[in-house]
Design a protein around this ligand. Structure first.
Ligand code: AMP
Ligand code: ZN
Ligand code: FE
Ligand code: FE
Length: 286
């Protein structure tokens, strides 16, 4: 079986391609399985699963949430989420969406105060799904306010940017609880963004595990092979699962390819089998 990609975004959040197209791209690339993990929404999953059934591509329904824990923001992935029955999760997502709207409004006001040619309605019109900073960045580039997508983040939208506001996030306990209620495997995404190594990293990941986080995203576009090995070993020590993916967005993350990251990512099919075995041991569907 081909390598897998368990972290991708569609046009239902800030990705370029609709779910059906992404599934076809995965099939063409010879991937063994594809997870759809849009930010804060599960609205693209039915289309993806349908395309999976048509093309024979194994599609894992998922989502990516921002969670806060010990004063940090981290991303968690829910994989094999029962999205049609996930009432508590849906309620949490609705709350996040409301918080995002307020944040978008606030950031657009700030950009306007800085003299940018952008308004809230344009922002909404430019997006199909979850609206966020990538859509603002595209507008700023189109209007010539900045030279590039990256410059938009550097100057205005990034954490140090002039128009930055934090995104609403769920307490990790709550994120884990509603993902588990929806039968998902919960994974800590792109752990390198925690900026920790050694002991402090292990303590934080252990605390996440103790709250119910099931797996660590050891394979990731921006993890070196050494880092990946370290995360795999950490997961093994803590008896957690391992997952991995590219975080493919299309043009919203230039240079990142589906299933291949920046060219050196390869998540072996065995990773999927191991995650499934862990789920089956708990009586969960796969
Ligand atoms: P949001 O969910 O609105 O906070 O936007 C988050 C998304 O913005 C991420 O998934 C990335 O696609 C993109 N992003 C965040 N920071 C940067 C950055 N410094 N440069 C480029 N893209 C970024
Ligand atoms: Zn994204
Ligand atoms: Fe993320
Ligand atoms: Fe992501």
């Amino acid at each position: 079986m081909g390598p897998i990609d368990l972290h991708t975004h569609t046009s239902f959040s800030d990705g370029e391609f609709p779910p059906g197209e992404l599934v076809c791209m995965a099939a063409e690339a010879g991937l063994g399985a594809l997870a759809i993990t849009d930010h804060d929404t599960m609205d693209g999953l039915d289309e993806a699963l349908e395309a999976g059934a048509e093309t024979g591509m194994e599609v894992v329904p998922g989502c990516e949430l921002s969670a806060s824990f010990q004063g940090r923001t981290m991303h968690v992935l829910g994989l094999w989420v029962r999205h049609r029955e996930a009432d508590a999760l849906r309620a949490s997502l609705a709350g996040i969406l409301g918080g995002r709207e307020a944040r978008n409004q606030y950031m657009v006001d700030k950009l306007r105060a800085l003299g940018m040619d952008i308004d809230y309605q344009q922002l909404l019109d430019s997006a199909q799904g979850t609206v966020g900073r990538p859509h603002m960045a595209r507008i700023l580039v189109e209007r010539g306010a900045v030279k590039s997508y990256e410059a938009a983040f550097r100057k205005y939208l990034g954490r140090q940017g002039l128009a930055y506001a934090p995104k609403p996030s769920l307490p990790l306990e709550e994120a884990v609880a509603c993902l588990h209620e929806a039968q998902a495997t919960v994974a800590l995404a792109h752990p390198y963004l925690l900026g920790l190594n050694g002991r402090p990293l292990e303590e934080l990941v252990r605390a996440c595990r103790d709250l119910g986080v099931d797996a660590l995203e050891a394979y990731y576009t921006d993890h070196s092979q050494t880092r990946t090995r370290e995360y795999i070993e950490l997961a093994r020590r803590l008896d957690m699962g391992v997952c991995g993916g590219s975080d493919f967005h299309g043009r919203a993350k230039p240079g990142v390819r589906l299933g291949a990251g920046r060219g050196t990512l390869r998540v072996p099919y065995e990773v999927l089998e191991d995650l499934k075995a862990r789920r089956e041991a708990k009586g969960l569907w796969t």
